[in-house]
Design a protein around this ligand. Sequence first.
Ligand SMILES: [Zn+2]
Length: 150
Amino acid sequence: MKRIFRIFGFAFLAASLLPACSGKVPAPVSVNEAADTCAACGMTVRNNGFAAELLNRDGQVLKFDDAGCLLRYFGEHPELKKAFAFVQDRNTREWVPATEAFYVTSAEDPTPMGSGIHAYGKEASAAIFAKAHPASVRADWQSLSSGGRN
Ligand SMILES: [Zn+2]
């Protein structure tokens, strides 16, 4: 499990990502599987519960096929520090503000680009997944983006 955290072990600026409660939050934009490609890796973005997106204040929307791609891209683009990030709930495919989602990292249950990051809007859903995957690790946005807390 430590390997997954090592992937994101660089100092990243999630602390500066605005929490959803700090003002007007733009509405997330639905996945268009026919047109959307991941801003980080170029793969098709699917409406499969793994998608993520960044909305900046100019109305620009960046889509990602895996929360790991979002984290990587965000870390590489400090100009996006005031953008809003959303991740899809693994079960419901609803958009959840990235700072409010409950995460479980699991190498046992692959994600599109192998980050192993599963996001949930409800803590109970994350707990169910974690229980079913004994080697998984619970996480929040802060711990994912700053290298973990284990
Ligand atoms: Zn990607």
